[in-house]
Structures are given as C-alpha cells and as structure tokens.
Design a protein around this ligand. Structure first.
Ligand code: CA
Length: 223
C-alpha cells in the first residue's frame, strides 16, 4: 500500500509539482493550501508524513506542528523560505523531524521524505555497519580500526550518533560537551568535527556519517 503524504503548501504550482514527484515515486500525495484545514484533516485521515510549509494563510506551520504533536507522532518535515529561520525553529523544539529550505529541488524533497519515513519505521536510523562506541573507555572503532579519538571528539561522535538525522546547532553541541561553553568559540567545534571526520575517513574512506548542514550545524546520518 502506498504511503499517504500530506503536502501543506499555499503556492498551488509548487504543491502540484511536489505532488507529481511524490506520485512518481510511488507515494499517495494530498495537498492542502490553508493552515486552518490541516489539523482536522490529519485527525481524520492519518497521513504517513506531512510536508508542512511555515508561512500559510489561516494558521502558521509552527502552530500547526505544535498542535499535531499533542495527538500524533506522524513525521513532519517543515518547509521554510529562509535558511536563518531553521535555526530559530530548531531552538523552539517544535517536534518536526526535518527541515527543508526553499528553493528546493523536488528530487531532494522526495529523498528527505524517504529518509524520514525510514527513520520513523525503524524507530531510529540504521546503524553504521562496523561502527562501535565504547563509552566506558571513550574509544570508537570503525571496521575494527581504532579511531584514536580525543575525549571531545568521542563525545561529539557519541552525541551526534545518539540521534541520527537530528541537526545540532554548534551552540547546542558546545553546551553539551563543555562544562563552560562560554569559554569556547563556534570555530572550536568546527575544528573538532574536522579532525573527527579525518579520523573516520582514515578508517574508511567511504564512510560519510557526519554531515554539515549549511549555516546551521551538524548531523549524523548513514548514507
Ligand atoms: Ca507559504
């Protein structure tokens, strides 16, 4: 049975373009253009995933997402027109599963839809085969090779890997890793991530597990 995707988008051209791509990928899309229609529709029809535009007539996407979360765990991908907005949305912890910025390619949207559905089905992202984290000894190995991480690199990897697909802002990473995050700069995180990636690549040149999210931060995702 094909999965029902609700596309909430008030630009009719964009909505039908997305619907076409989703249909071509075997999904069953439905489109809504007014924010007020969304919650009743979701309650009644129980879609498998919602693509939710932020700026909508009637009611905005943030409010809708919050309300949906009070009664449903359906995966929600928020769509915004401004990259800076994503940072703010992340801070609000609305419970969305992913964020996409306009303009986007419909192909990318379909790929994100598939990834989010896969994650929802598995309860978590698929493991990275061969990655082993030993919390007691702060050691990580990939394909049997010790990554030889520093304590900070280990904590970063552990934190990112614990929530695959979740985007962390640099500030969030710092808060969780340093006892006093005010003493370090954003760039410190970047340089630790760079070294961590280098060590992962040295163990497995094909492993792409730590991803930069442009203008925001980082996430862990197996490809
Ligand atoms: Ca809009």
């Amino acid at each position: 049975m094909s999965r029902k995707i609700l596309v909430v988008e008030d630009e009719p051209k964009l909505a039908s373009l997305l619907a076409d791509y989703l249909k071509a990928s075997g999904f069953e899309p439905s489109c809504l253009g007014n924010g007020l229609e969304v919650v009743p529709w979701v309650r009644e029809r129980e879609p498998d995933l919602i693509l939710l535009d932020l700026m909508l007539p009637g009611r905005d996407g943030m409010e809708i997402c919050r309300e949906i979360r009070t009664f449903s765990a359906v995966p929600v991908i928020m769509v915004t027109a401004r990259i800076e907005e994503i940072d703010r949305l992340l801070g609000l912890e609305l419970g969305a599963d992913d964020y996409i910025c306009k303009p986007f390619s419909p192909r990318e949207v379909v790929a994100r839809v598939k990834a989010v559905l896969r994650r929802a089905r598995d309860g978590r992202m698929e493991d990275v085969p061969g990655l082993v984290l030993d919390e007691l000894r702060y050691r990580a190995a990939l394909n049997g090779r010790d990554l030889d991480l520093t304590a900070v690199e280990f904590k970063l990897l552990q934190l990112l890997a614990a929530h695959p697909g979740r985007i962390y802002r640099r500030g969030q990473l710092m808060e969780r890793i340093y006892p006093d995050p005010r003493s370090v700069s954003d760039r410190t995180i970047d340089s630790h991530i760079k070294k961590l990636r280098r060590k992962i690549e040295a163990a497995d040149p094909e492993a792409r597990i730590i991803h930069s999210v442009y203008g925001i931060g980082y996430k862990f995702e197996a490809e």
